[in-house]
Design a protein around this ligand. Structure first.
Ligand code: PA5
Length: 462
């Protein structure tokens, strides 16, 4: 069991020296990997970052499991209210381990569905509420800050809907909160109302929080084995501590992706799963890579405007949508294929012949074989066109492998941040937008942002 990283098609011998890395370039960069490892270890040891320690918290997992066991059978829908890092991990988990939404089967109290309200589009929220029954819904509201406008506003609506449809007492019992222990009005409300509450550590940022209560609570409530998730993540944490670059998968992947950006000008990374189950994970990764590495200044305070734009594409679907551009458009991308060695089912294609040439070469084969052939063909064609590409190969998609993969990508991101000499753990750009929203919506203490917005409007008018 495990996950491999294949960098062969990033090398100059495959895609030429303009777009690929020469052995000399790689060797010259190796010391920066050792420095990145030391940097992440130091941040962990000093408590600045907490995600590496999350897999050890079996006590929390047991607490969540016993809560899930207590409420089991009382709901057929888990309604998650949250956004960004407070929603994407749950989506990734649900999609990977229970199947992409349209194919999850009928939802029942034994097979509850997950509805994620992560956007304040009123029509979306309205339709979602209309599709749920208050007496069969468990609401999980998640916000690290306890103050994100979208989450607070949606929760106020959902809370009203729950009280109106199930009664005040049941509404209380049907509401679960995940937030920071020591701050935010959501925490105050949860205490006042007596909601069941789980906390996430202050040193775990939203996009690094999938293995904290943020991801584990919704996961356990929809029947995912959260201890298996943590087991896999713990294995990857051990891999990420290895000083041997060849054996440290996240460190090696980080070095290759950073070199593709800084030495070969690949300012875009296409995360390209060939598995519908990993589609949610690709969106979770998009936030992780974008928010962590997209920064104005480096640690020395110099203006660098660094980052690598992550794009999610799905194989084979996007071969018929995006690949024309990827093949012949600007050579500014590095492609990272995510594949699964052994899909759970082969998808045998019936053997009976039709007598039609365009059909019969496929009869008796399997969808798994076709998917693999399509993947290898795309890799070969991109390589022929000097488009650098690499791959993560997962043995399977199960809870343990997903835990491993989350931790791999989080460590890779942390290492990449160190290599780029930036703080991968803040998000000033996101916070600025949040403050403007507070100003526009009249929140106390944010009137200066209202004024800045008014000035901006005046400038627009000329
Ligand atoms: O990674 C982050 O910190 C952010 O993207 C947050 O996850 C996002 O802004 C939501 O924040 P909160 O959990 O406080 O509602």
């Amino acid at each position: 069991m495990g996950i491999q990283f294949d960098e062969t098609n990033l090398l100059a011998r495959m895609v030429g020296p303009v777009h690929g890395l020469t052995p000399e370039e790689f060797a010259a960069a190796e010391p920066s990997a050792a420095q990145a490892l030391a940097g992440v270890n130091a941040l962990t040891a000093s408590g600045v970052i907490g995600f590496p320690n999350l897999p050890k918290d079996i006590g929390l997992a047991r607490e969540i499991e016993s809560f899930a066991a207590r409420v089991k059978g009382s709901y057929d829908t888990v309604c998650l209210v949250g956004i960004g890092g407070s929603a994407l991990g749950a989506w990734a988990l649900d999609c990977a381990l229970r199947g992409p939404h349209p194919v999850q089967g009928v939802h029942t109290t034994d097979n509850p569905r997950l509805v994620i309200l992560d956007n304040v589009d009123p029509e979306f929220v309205h339709l979602a509420l209309a599709s749920m029954k208050p007496k069969k819904t468990l609401v999980v509201v998640i916000a690290k800050s306890g103050a994100t406008a979208e989450t607070v506003a949606t929760f106020l609506l959902v809370r009203d809907w729950l009280v109106a449809g199930a009664g005040a007492k049941a509404a209380k019992a049907r509401t679960v909160v995940v937030t920071s222990q020591g701050r935010g009005d959501l925490k105050v409300l949860a205490t006042n109302e007596g909601y069941t509450t789980f906390h996430l550590p202050e040193n775990v940022g939203g996009r690094f929080s999938v293995l904290s209560a943020v991801g584990l609570v919704p996961a356990a409530l929809i029947g995912i084995d959260i201890q298996a998730l943590l087991r896999g993540a713990a294995r990857m944490t051990a891999t990420a501590a290895k000083t041997d670059l060849a054996a440290n998968t996240p460190l090696r992947a980080a070095l290759f992706h950073v070199l593709a950006l800084t030495r070969k000008g690949k300012s875009i990374q296409v995360a390209f799963p060939y598995a519908n189950r990993l589609w949610g994970t690709a969106f979770w990764f998009r936030q992780l890579w974008a928010e962590s590495l997209g920064k104005a200044t480096n640690r020395a305070g110099e203006l660098v405007h660094i980052g690598q734009t992550p794009i999610a594409a799905l194989g084979t679907t996007d071969q018929h949508s995006q690949v024309q551009l990827y093949m012949e458009g600007p050579n500014d991308k590095v492609f990272t294929f995510w594949s699964v060695k052994k899909p759970a089912v082969p998808g045998a294609i019936p053997a009976a012949k039709t007598g039609l040439e365009g059909f019969d070469y496929l009869t008796g084969q399997s969808l798994a074989k076709l998917l693999d052939a399509e993947l290898r063909s795309t890799q070969a064609a991109l390589t022929e066109n000097q488009r650098p590409n690499c791959g993560f190969i997962l043995d399977r998609v199960d809870a343990e492998h997903l835990g491993m993969f989350f931790q791999l990508l989080e460590f890779e991101t942390a290492f990449a941040g160190e290599m780029l000499n930036i703080n991968a753990f803040d998000q000033e750009g996101v916070e600025l937008g949040k403050r403007f929203t507070f100003g526009l919506m009249g929140r106390k203490g944010f009137s200066d942002f209202k004024k800045r917005y008014t000035d901006y409007e005046a400038r627009r008018k000329g």
